[in-house]
Structures are given as structure tokens and as C-alpha cells.
Design a protein around this ligand. Structure first.
Ligand SMILES: [Zn+2]
Ligand SMILES: [Zn+2]
Length: 532
């Protein structure tokens, strides 16, 4: 039995419904679980809640096509009648009435989401972006640690940036505030009670007398709440038309993780759509190699498998392209601004492979930058692949392997600046190797090489990084000798930058140069910096 629930748990006599259904030509209704011919529509207690469903059709389902199309027509009718809801009751068995919705909505409470569309999963689109952070994943806020430049200084000494004696308007406000709450402008900031600090930072509940008398005898009478340094800065930042002021104020901003979306940049609805219990943000925050294996191992059946087939193929291909150009260690949610030049170039390259274009000329400037030897090989294979599709590939490159793999080499030199600018050699690798002028050839053939000193200096001092765990570092401890040339190596994404650029560098510039620490440094300690 196919029914259209027209009234759900609503008080009233519902005589209008009777008229409506009659004019639409329905003959039966189900009211509070009892089926009536429409003509015998019972009188209803208007103070009680009632459920009324129009009975659209009763049919026996067999495997023949006739009844299938009749069923779909009946469901359509029901959906139209009750705004996207339909009830199905199986008459042969004792079963509950099944309620379906065509509106992506909860049939119980009516909570609904819009139709699923690709744009819902893009944080660059307002339909997908987290409403709190506008899809940035971070929230900028005026940081009290930056506003109070030195918390051992007093307000009189200028502890609060921009609120010093030179700025009379604001300084006057602070003086009045100090009078009202009875605190002293010669007290170091850190010695104020938390209450006073909060009033200064976030504003006062009391109305403060900000009146001011001038020597000329005139007087301005003003009484209002103190706005607070942070809300004031925030407001000026939003209201100012001056690029200069905005830039100055922006120096006091800090980023924090958006707590609404957890940094995933997507709005709640988008974050709660799952593929086999995995929401999109748990895929995009994986490394490309892991995301690829997620899609390779995904198990779907029946209609779902059919629907997903093409999409899965596309996704797997694209992720494979990214792997092929040596980007397996990147996560899909990495911000474009944080990519190195080589990485950005290789991403564009990966998207080109997928396009399958023919007859295109690709010009690449040192795409191998930052690649480990292992990934370099894959990159070169990719370039070969582009060539075999019927494209032209031109690469500016120092990398020996790339030079050796090229079909045609052009060597420009011999030196730099005014010593360069000539074509020293060109042709196949074998031609180049024969060249007398080419410096590159001399090194490639092994005729010239870099002489390493035979006896290395023995270091006696070390910097020790203890228990580092930034990103994927597995709580490692390393000793780096001082006074010698140390090389940190490993395949791309193995943690080199995490160890050096994100741990050693910021920590030592903080300890040695008092630079700002913008984030937590993930290591227990760094020893031996006193040797530097
Ligand atoms: Zn609900
Ligand atoms: Zn957010």
C-alpha cells in the first residue's frame, strides 16, 4: 500500500484535508492507523493530534514490468501530495509503516540537507565552506601576546602597542579607566590581577567617566563603557580604509585552528557525508599514497558499485599521476601556498598527464628540485610518457639523470655571466660527451670530478635534538656535528624538513635570536646551541 502522509501529528479537525483529497479523487484515507473510505471521514477531536495519510494505491508487486511502472507512478503521486514523503505498508505481513523521503531530510524531525552536489565538498565554494572560518581552516584573532609587547613593562612605559603616551586619545581612556578601577599605570602588566587585565583587554561592564577638561576652560563630557583593547583593534581592523593601518594591525594577528570544522574547512553537512564510514576530510588529510590505497581497497556492491565505477577510476588515475611525479607524501589538503616550486610544478604536470593532450609542448624549469633519486626516476618516466603520447618536452635541468635520459641536449656555457651565453654543445648524449668545450660533458664523462678532501675534520662538538616528533618523526634523537658539512637526506616526505626547518631552525632562532615562536616545537630539547 502506497500512502501520502498529509497530516503528521497535528491538532485539528482537518476538514480542509477532506475537501482537498476529495477534489483530487482519492477514495480512501488512513486516519490514526484506521483505514476509512473517504466519504466516511470521521469527525476528529480538534484538541487531539492526528495522523492522516491519503491512500494512493494498493498493488501486488511481481517481477513483471507493468506493476513496477505503476508503483513508481504511485510513489510520484504520493511525493507530490505530501512534499516529498511517502509511506509504504506491506499488507501481507505484520510490519511497520515505512516512511521515505525524497528530500535528504530526516523523516522524524524534518532536519534536511540540500541535494548533494560536488560543490558541497569544496571549501572554495560557499556551499561547502565552513561558515565560521569561510573555508580557511584557521581563524585569525588579535593575539594578546602580540598586543602586549612586553609584559614586564608598565602601561606608562608603553606595554600595550599603540596605546602609549603619544596616542593621547587612547592614553586618556586608560588613565580614566585606571582611576575608576583604582589601578596604577606604573605597575608592570604581568602584576595586574587577571580581572584588571581582562577589563583592559576585553572592555568594562561599568560605565567609565571619560570626561576631559581643557586649559581653555571647555569641557567634553563623556561616559560610556570601555571598549577593550582587543575589540577596539578588531573593529579598527575591519573599519579602516587605510592599507597601511590594516597592515600594521595585521602584525598582531595570530592564527588558530578553526574549532568549528577542526581545520577541515568544510561545513558541518559536508563533513557528515560518509563513504563506508569515512568522511571526505579523513581522506584529504591522508598522504596521497594512503588516499590511493583507500580507493583501491574500497568495497562497494550492486547499484553503488555501478554508480561509483567511473568516479573511482578517475580518482585512482589522478592519485596515481600524483604518485608518479613523486608527490606521494603530500596530503590533498595541503595549502597551495605551502608547496615548493618543484611540488607545484609537478602537480600541474600530474594534471596534464590526465588530460591526454597530444601535440603540446611542455616547458619545465627544474622539476626535479627537492626530489630524492628514487622519485626522480618516476618523474623522468612521466616525462617519457608525455613524450610517447606525442608531445614535446623541454626541461631546464641540472640533474644528471635527466641529462642522460634526454633525446637531445643543449649545453649553454661555458661559464656564468659574461663567461657564458654560448652554445657549447648540442645533440645526443654521445655527441655531448665528445665535446671539448662543454664543462657538463667533462663531468658527465668523469674526465673532471669534484675532489673531496681525503681527511675529514673530526668534530668534537655537537648539537643534539632530543626526542623530535614533528609530523611523521618517530621521537628521534640526532646529533649534528659542529664545524663540518652535514647533509640530511632521505626520500621525499621522510621528515627531513620536519626535523630541520620545523624543529631545529625555529627553536634555535628562538633561543639564540629571541625570534617569535609561532607554534609549539615538537621536541623535548635541543642541546649544544651554546657552541654556536
Ligand atoms: Zn531527525
Ligand atoms: Zn572552519
Amino acid at each position: 500500500m502506497v500512502m501520502a502522509p498529509v497530516i503528521r501529528g497535528k491538532k485539528g479537525e482537518h476538514l480542509g484535508i477532506y475537501e482537498d483529497l476529495k477534489s483530487e479523487g482519492f477514495v480512501r484515507v488512513k486516519i490514526n492507523d484506521v483505514v476509512y473510505p473517504l466519504d466516511e471521514f470521521p469527525g476528529l477531536n480538534k484538541n487531539q493530534k492526528h495522523d492522516i495519510s491519503a491512500i494512493v494505491d494498493r498493488l501486488k508487486l511481481q517481477k513483471d514490468d507493468d506493476n513496477r511502472s505503476r508503483l513508481s507512478e504511485s510513489i510520484d503521486t504520493a511525493l507530490n501530495l505530501s512534499d516529498g514523503l511517502v509511506q509504504i505498508e506491506v499488507l501481507d505481513e505484520e510490519s511497520e509503516v515505512l516512511l521515505f523521503s525524497s528530500n535528504f531530510s530526516c523523516s522524524q524531525c524534518g532536519y534536511s540537507v540540500t541535494e548533494l552536489e560536488p560543490r558541497m565538498f569544496s571549501f572554495n565554494n560557499p556551499f561547502g565552506a565552513c561558515e565560521k572560518c569561510d573555508g580557511l581552516g584557521v581563524i585569525q584573532y588579535f593575539d594578546q601576546n602580540k598586543l602586549i609587547s612586553d609584559n614586564s613593562a608598565t602601561i606608562n612605559e608603553g606595554a600595550i602597542k599603540g596605546w602609549n603616551r603619544r596616542n593621547r586619545f587612547y592614553f586618556h581612556q586608560l588613565k580614566c579607566l585606571a582611576k575608576h578601577y583604582d589601578f596604577d599605570l606604573d605597575t608592570p602588566w604581568k602584576s595586574y590581577s587577571e580581572e584588571i587585565q581582562n577589563i583592559l583587554l576585553w572592555g568594562s561592564k561599568d560605565k567609565i567617566n571619560f570626561s576631559k577638561s581643557f586649559r581653555s576652560g571647555s569641557k567634553i563630557v563623556r561616559q560610556h563603557r570601555f571598549e577593550g583593547i582587543i575589540p577596539n583593534t578588531d573593529r579598527r581592523f575591519k573599519e579602516t580604509d587605510s592599507e597601511f593601518i590594516r597592515n600594521e594591525l595585521a602584525k598582531m594577528l595570530s592564527d588558530s585552528h578553526c574549532d568549528a570544522c577542526g581545520g577541515s574547512r568544510l561545513k558541518k553537512e559536508s563533513r557528515n557525508i560518509f563513504i563506508n564510514e569515512t568522511p571526505i576530510q579523513n581522506i584529504t588529510n591522508q598522504k596521497i599514497s594512503d588516499a590511493l590505497s583507500f580507493f583501491q581497497n574500497i568495497k562497494l556492491e550492486g547499484a553503488k558499485a555501478t554508480i561509483a565505477e567511473k568516479i573511482l577510476k578517475e580518482i585512482k588515475e589522478r592519485l596515481t599521476f600524483l604518485e608518479d611525479v613523486g608527490l606521494n607524501y603530500l596530503t590533498l589538503d595541503r595549502g597551495a601556498g605551502t608547496l615548493s616550486g618543484g611540488e607545484a610544478q609537478r602537480i600541474r604536470l600530474a594534471s596534464q598527464i590526465g588530460s591526454g593532450l597530444v601535440g603540446v609542448t611542455y616547458v619545465l624549469d627544474e622539476p626535479s628540485i627537492g626530489l630524492h633519486q628514487r622519485d626522480n626516476e618516476r618523474l623522468i618516466k612521466t616525462l617519457y610518457h608525455l613524450k610517447s603520447l606525442g608531445n614535446t618536452v623541454i626541461v631546464v635541468e641540472h640533474d644528471e639523470e635527466a641529462i642522460r635520459c634526454a633525446d637531445h641536449i643543449i649545453d649553454i656555457g661555458p661559464g656564468a655571466g659574461k663567461h657564458g651565453g654560448e652554445i657549447c654543445a648540442q645533440g645526443k648524449l654521445t655527441d655531448i660527451l665528445k665535446s671539448k668545450e662543454s664543462m657538463t660533458a667533462a663531468y658527465l664523462s668523469g674526465e673532471r670530478k669534484i675532489d673531496f678532501p681525503k681527511t675529514a675534520k673530526k668534530p668534537d662538538k655537537f648539537i643534539e635534538i632530543v626526542d623530535a616528533y614533528e609530523n611523521n618523526l618517530q621521537h628521534v634523537t640526532v646529533r649534528i656535528p659542529i664545524g663540518v658539512f652535514t647533509c640530511i637526506t632521505g626520500v621525499s616526505g621522510s621528515g627531513k624538513s620536519s626535523l630541520i626547518n620545523q624543529t631545529l631552525m625555529p627553536m634555535s632562532s628562538f633561543l639564540l635570536n629571541k625570534a617569535n615562536l609561532n607554534k609549539e616545537i615538537k621536541c623535548k630539547q635541543i642541546q649544544g646551541l651554546e657552541h654556536l
